[in-house]
Design a protein around this ligand. Structure first.
Ligand code: ADP
Length: 464
């Protein structure tokens, strides 16, 4: 039996701000089985406390829950650090003690494993919030019996977030000063947690084959490409899947008309009506572009804003749901005030509305500047909503032009408008549009294939 500890700062349904939560809520369930036992670790945030989940108190510091009975979930409790309105920061910015918060989380994971004598073979860490674990194991826990043979995997979900902190906060890691050097933690005068994790982890993965290549280049390597190049042999890209139970138009209780391939056309039309009403519009037979996600530079909002005036002249509607950069949201709202019948901005985190947007839209607009994998285009496939995407990273790996979506490059306002016009032309050709929607729905980006690749990495590590 292989024992894996899965450590993440987000796990759906307990705590979510983006795709990291989807992955860490779904992958353990697929991996767990006769030969693999997974124990998931996540902080005990306020949203978990208030979420009505059935949890068992283990001690003042730990609670236990489960992912659909398939994997144990251990919640690390420290109310001073985690009982806050948000996961990482509020309107005034990131919490200034994030280094301390996630250092504490990493240490408590190791403490739990040690105190409970969990026979963990591999600790699978996700993103910078857990990147200290590989460093602790090799630097501080090397001679502890529990961890003698424990190996680590670090998955990078988005290299743009590296856990950068003022160098003065380095001591908060409680690691020796000698590690604060440009080979490990030091990064242009800052402390970089992810970089140290990349140096120390036994294997590194990221969430699509294209992104694995891109992050080794200067233009997409966010300054740590030399470190990734050095670890090239141990770095691989494994595509994310989606949880087909959570994202299933046949059984989705958040949407009005449930559907499969057979009744897709009629059901989507019904869902569109509901969506239009929900955002305050009258029913109309007009193509709808939806977008659910972080309103950020990464997701292409710089370009969307530059193209918006042109797009809003076209015969279509746009619904943008998301939280993020206040300046982008304000600009979007200004456009929405000017064009109240054509653009709706829903600046909230709302799981139900997200499902309604995926189900009720005709197209999903996703012109990301870069995209490690992207789940929204995969969810859109499942709901027969045609993604319109910039050819980059995981979007390039998953969306095929005119077969399952509209793919364009380069990323600039002119080519975005061109792609939207192309989508509108397709919309008018009902047979072509329906073929595209059906092809999209037939795509299978579910977890089993990717889970096999993770298992290969685990097995390879243990036989090394
Ligand atoms: P990210 O880069 O943010 O992780 P992904 O496409 O990988 O982007 O995943 C985003 C996930 O978060 C999807 O499940 C998406 O539906 C969800 N999501 C993002 N913003 C919101 C929101 N405002 N309300 C509800 N769900 C959201």
């Amino acid at each position: 039996m292989l024992n894996i500890a899965f450590c993440s700062s987000e796990v759906f349904p307990f705590a979510k701000t983006g795709g990291l939560a989807d992955v860490c809520g779904a992958l353990p369930k697929v991996l767990a089985g006769k030969k693999i036992k997974i124990t998931v670790f996540v902080p005990y945030y306020r949203c978990v406390k208030k979420g009505g989940f059935k949890l068992k108190k283990i001690s003042d510091h730990f609670l236990k829950g489960s992912l659909d009975g398939q994997a144990d979930v251990i919640f690390v409790r420290n109310d001073t650090l985690f009982d806050r309105s948000e996961l990482y920061g509020d309107a005034s910015g990131d919490y200034p003690d994030n280094l301390k918060r996630f250092r504490y989380f990493c240490q408590q994971v190791l403490r739990y494993i040690e105190d409970h004598k969990l026979p963990i073979d591999i600790i699978h860490c996700h993103d910078w919030q857990t990147a200290l674990i590989p460093v602790y194991l090799k630097e501080l826990y090397a001679d502890k019996k529990t961890f003698q043979t424990t190996k680590t995997v670090l998955t990078i979900h988005n290299l743009a977030f590296q856990g950068l902190f003022p160098v003065e906060q380095y001591s908060e890691t409680q690691l020796p000063d000698r590690l604060l050097n440009p080979e490990i933690f030091e990064f242009y005068g800052k402390t970089n947690l992810l970089k140290a994790g990349i140096v120390y982890a036994d294997k590194i993965t990221t969430v699509s084959p294209s992104y694995a290549k891109e992050i080794q280049t200067e233009s997409k390597g966010c300054g740590v490409h030399p470190v990734l190049q050095k670890r090239k042999k141990d770095l691989s890209g494994i595509l994310n899947g989606i949880d087909e139970k959570v994202w299933n138009p046949k059984t989705d209780t958040y949407i009005t008309a449930r559907y499969s391939l057979k009744n897709m056309r009629a059901a989507k039309a019904d869902n569109k009506k509901v969506l239009l009403r929900r955002v305050g519009w009258k029913d109309a037979d007009v193509p709808v572009f939806g977008n659910v996600g972080r309103i950020s530079h990464q997701k292409g909002f710089e370009v969307i804003l530059k193209a918006l005036e042109e797009i809003l002249k076209l015969d279509c509607r746009i619904i943008i749901q998301g939280l993020g950069d206040p300046a982008y949201i304000e600009s979007l709202k200004t456009y929405a005030t000017k064009h109240p019948d054509k653009l709706s901005v829903q600046d909230k985190f709302d799981e139900q509305l997200a499902h309604q947007v995926y189900a009720g839209s005709d197209f999903f607009l996703m012109p990301s500047e870069f995209e490690p994998c992207g789940l929204s285009q995969l969810i859109s496939f499942r709901y027969g909503t045609v993604p319109v995407v910039h050819k980059t990273g995981g979007l390039a790996d998953t969306v095929k032009h005119k077969k399952t979506g509209v793919v364009f490059k380069p990323l600039n306002p002119v080519s975005l408008v061109r792609a939207v016009k192309q989508a509108l032309r397709i919309y008018k050709q009902a047979p072509e549009f329906n073929a595209l929607r059906k092809n999209a729905m037939k795509q299978t980006f579910s977890w089993p294939a990717s889970a096999r690749k993770y298992k290969e990495i685990y097995t390879c590590l243990l036989s090394a």
